[in-house]
Design a protein around this ligand. Sequence first.
Ligand SMILES: [Zn+2]
Length: 255
Amino acid sequence: MHPPCVTKAIVLRSWPFGESDKIVSFLTEDHGKVTGIAKGAKRSRKRFVNTLEPFSLVNLSFQDRPHSTLAFVHACDLIRAFKGLTVSLEKIAHASYLMEVTDGLAGEREENRLLFEHLREGLIFIEDRGTSLPFLTFFELKLLKLSGYQPMLEHCRRCGKNWAPDLQAKWRFSPRDGGILCESCSTFRKEAVPLSREALYVLAELQKANSILARHLSFLPSVLKEGRSALLRFIQFQLNKELKSAPFLETFSFA
Ligand SMILES: [Zn+2]
């Protein structure tokens, strides 16, 4: 038997298993996504004191089990509970959304420290500052980049034409092609979403930004919404399913 792996991790979700156990899915700093069984977690609150709640940042010790895809969770020590995320429905909803998209795009057992850091920073941002449309769009774009799905937003995905100089052309975003298409290349991609120049500009700028705090980002909410809706189509195309928590976010106005 290998010695247990110890790594920082964020609890993505957990659900009861049998009489007394829990299955827990983590995004870890060193091993990508890890799903494991926490024995006795439902019954004994002592062993895993509040450490298996979603959003918890923990020090996780786990061990792979022969003939099983589920790791054995030895211990979970709380580093940060993100209690501030649970004070409002809006924060809970947005933090849950971050978990759901990250969970969907992160690779099982693929080390990706930057992705782990991105989710951690995202949770800290929501806890400290609440949320906003630029933040969500930035989070999604960087998540796509870090998980290997960065959409092409500068040039037509097929012919390489740049959108910026051509004021009249109509552009579309094609989830299937993983980026934007010029008017002639999108002739046979009717499912591609039309995208205004303004929305393209906003997405391209946010994709270039290193941090949501790095620049003074002020974009029109209607333009951001347009860009984000194309991004969401793309994310759902990659996941091959609807995002459960996404429609609920629409109920918050970002005033
Ligand atoms: Zn083209």
